[in-house]
Design a protein around this ligand. Structure first.
Ligand code: GRF
Length: 220
């Protein structure tokens, strides 16, 4: 068990709805943690507005200001370490995380992906699922390694894919579950209940029933 409140560093590039779901979980008392810092690579990210609204410190660190890609992630790691961050959360961060950050936070970086990994990694997971013609898709929270969406899986949740789905309708259905399982995964981490053995994650103690679900129910 951690004896102090978990300090979270969030990395986001865009609209920040997952960032918001973490803020909401903390505000409502569901998640006992604090967001120490938002880092973005995009000075017009909507996530910045959310940070401002909730008085969360934010930094825009532009890769162009750094000498190399590795140096970019060294800089990010440095800022997170300065603020005693214990968990790094990628929330729509559009870059592949490199070794300097991964080494600084071993098994302490999470990502959420809008598909059931290992299916449909990379960009446009929802579009890939539709194009492939799967009947079920969903979202995955996983630890980050140096690959593209390849790290150990923590929680997955599934949704049906309907024949008349568009990329947008499927993305909306998946996003609702993203907003549930991301705070849940962070909560498990904050309670010290996640163990990683090689590439498998073991969750200790009672497992909430909604971490592997098909939701919403199939249409009648
Ligand atoms: C989400 O679909 C997430 O799964 C993916 O990027 C999107 C970010 O959305 N990694 P938001 O910025 O959290 O709204």
């Amino acid at each position: 068990m951690l004896c102090h409140k978990l300090r979270i560093g969030v990395l986001a590039s865009g609209r920040g709805s997952n960032f918001q779901s973490i803020i909401d979980a903390i505000k409502s008392g569901k998640l006992d943690a604090e967001i120490a810092l938002l880092i973005t690579d995009n000075t017009s990210a909507l996530a910045i507005d959310k940070a401002k609204k909730h008085a969360i410190e934010y930094l825009a660190i532009r890769p162009e200001e750094c000498t190399t890609k590795d140096n970019y992630f060294e800089k990010i790691a440095e800022e997170l370490k300065k603020r005693n961050v214990g968990l790094v959360v990628l929330a729509g961060f559009m870059r592949i995380v490199r070794k300097p950050l991964i080494d600084a936070f071993p098994n302490m970086i999470m990502n959420i992906h809008p598909a059931l990994l290992p299916a449909f990694p990379g960009l446009h997971g929802q579009r890939q699922a539709l194009e492939y013609g799967v009947r079920i898709s969903g979202c995955t929270v996983h630890f980050v390694d140096e690959g593209m969406d390849t790290g150990p899986v923590i929680i997955q949740a599934a949704v049906p894919v309907f024949q008349d789905d568009t990329e947008e309708s499927l993305a909306d259905r998946i996003l609702k579950l993203e907003h549930k399982i991301y705070p849940e995964a962070i909560k498990l981490f904050s309670e010290g209940r996640i163990e990683v053995e090689e590439r498998k994650v073991r969750i200790k103690g009672f497992i909430p029933s909604d971490i592997s679900i098909v939701n919403p129910p199939l249409r009648s």
